[in-house]
Design a protein around this ligand. Structure first.
Ligand code: LLP
Length: 417
């Protein structure tokens, strides 16, 4: 459940008419509901009630400082994949002891930054990375807390671009090699082995793949116990899917239930890295219709947001529902909703039955709170859009729309030109 609802034919975010925000802020803009963000975070966290756990929101899904600060206030930690995400997390007031650092390509400067801030743990993705982290920790006279990210080779049954736990994927270390890696890690002076980690993919809509991954991790933990390697943290990653169209992913309670049951007899602290499930349906993208045109084969609704603002439809063929901000009278039409970018792949919807949108109408691209703004770019020198957060009957611009000067910031013309 979210807080985007129609009242008297008009779409509201909590108690604010979206049309009003569009008038004040201009279009396009991302819009987040404070109540929905809070509710989704707490619903996920509460699902693990009674279990020793830490919910580390996966920053990559939405890194707006206001969003991160809200989760920090709720006691959340952060899952990061870059120095930039660490910087943002700290700025938002997330304590370093609640930050876990995943990713196959951590750079030395990023490792040093995380070590000096004292994060909870590094999720190691290769032997070479382990060795580099040991070196950096020695130079900084620290001990680096680590988990090994295991690739359990389970099929998450999701889009191939976002499945990560198959043996052909670049992520983690396969279960056989992981044991060897743990043994090596145990010998390294500046490494403190504290955990085990896996993340099998994203937008997963069944419970089975999580159970399969967990079984394989459990077996590994037992094997490690036999080698006197004590695992204190079990990081299950993220991946729980949401409803974009007619998917019916497990509810957090069901997802949590199967994990809790499986780890009952284990003495580990659980770490979870949810991204999409917390923010996905807490945000929308609001755009305006610029033109409508009838092509020979298709009808087009041309809007002021494009693939540079929301790339998911172009990149993954992802479905995002498109709703009118003020309900429209005419018969529904079937059309492509496209942006202003000079690429055929620049679409938000293809052959979609939608309202009879006309020039000037506002539309809401739903379920855009995760992997929306964060994946936007300045392609075609288009300005990054504003981000707005609503709380009850108030709204705040939590990121200003860029202006033309922002576009050339940092560029310079060399003297020889
Ligand atoms: N932990 C790790 C190590 C991850 O790589 C990810 C996502 C997450 C947690 C959070 O997963 P979530 O709960 O959001 O499924 N851009 C794509 C999704 C890429 C996901 C990358 N990793 C999309 O728009 O669908």
């Amino acid at each position: 459940m979210h807080h985007f609802n129609y009242r008297d034919n008009e779409l509201y975010c909590e108690d604010v008419p979206i049309k009003l925000i569009a008038e004040k802020v201009g279009t396009p803009f991302y819009l987040y509901s404070h109540a929905t963000l809070k509710r989704h975070f707490l619903a996920f966290d509460d699902a693990f009630d009674g279990t020793d756990r830490l919910v580390c929101f996966s920053a990559k899904a939405n890194t707006n400082l206001a969003v991160l600060k809200l989760f920090a206030n709720l006691g959340g930690g952060l899952d990061i994949v870059s120095g930039g995400e660490l910087f943002r997390g700290l700025k938002a007031g997330i304590t370093p002891e609640k930050i876990v650092y995943s990713g196959v390509g951590k750079r030395k400067d990023e490792i040093d930054y995380a070590l000096s801030e004292g994060i909870l743990m590094f999720n190691i993705e290769s032997l070479e990375e382990l060795e580099i982290i040991n070196d950096r920790a020695r130079l900084l006279k620290k001990k680096a807390p680590v988990a090994i990210r295991v690739n359990p080779d389970v099929d998450p049954k999701t889009h191939p671009y976002i499945s990560t736990g198959l043996k052909k994927n670049k992520f983690g270390i396969n279960t056989e090699a992981a044991i060897e890696c743990y043994k090596i890690a145990g010998e390294l002076k500046n490494i403190d082995v504290i955990g085990i980690d896996c993340h099998i993919g994203s937008q997963i809509t069944e419970a089975e793949p999580f159970k399969d991954a967990l079984n394989s991790i459990k077996a590994l933990i037992n094997e490690l116990g036999g080698l006197n390697i004590d695992i204190k943290y079990l990081d299950m990653g993220g991946g729980l899917g949401i409803t974009y169209d007619n998917e019916s992913p497990p509810y957090p309670d069901e997802y949590a239930g199967s994990i809790i049951q499986a780890i009952e007899d284990m003495h580990v602290k659980l770490i979870l890295e949810p991204g999409r499930v917390v923010v996905g349906n807490a945000g929308i993208l609001v755009a305006k219709v610029l033109y409508r045109k009838q092509g020979k084969a298709k009808e087009f609704v041309i809007v002021d947001a494009g693939m540079n603002d929301l790339v998911r439809p172009s990149l993954y063929d992802a479905f995002h529902a498109i709703m009118p901000v003020v309900e429209l009278e005419g018969e529904q039409i079937v059309a492509d909703v496209v942006g202003p970018i000079c690429e055929t792949g620049d679409f938000l919807a293809v052959d979609r039955r939608i309202a009879d949108f006309r020039q000037g109408n506002l539309l809401a691209v739903m379920s855009a709170g995760a992997y929306g703004f964060v994946m936007s770019s300045n392609y075609c020198s288009r300005l990054k859009v504003a981000e707005v957060m609503v709380r009850n009957d108030e709204f705040h611009v939590v990121r200003a729309r860029q202006n033309y000067e922002d576009l050339i910031e940092g560029e310079s013309i060399p003297p020889f030109l």
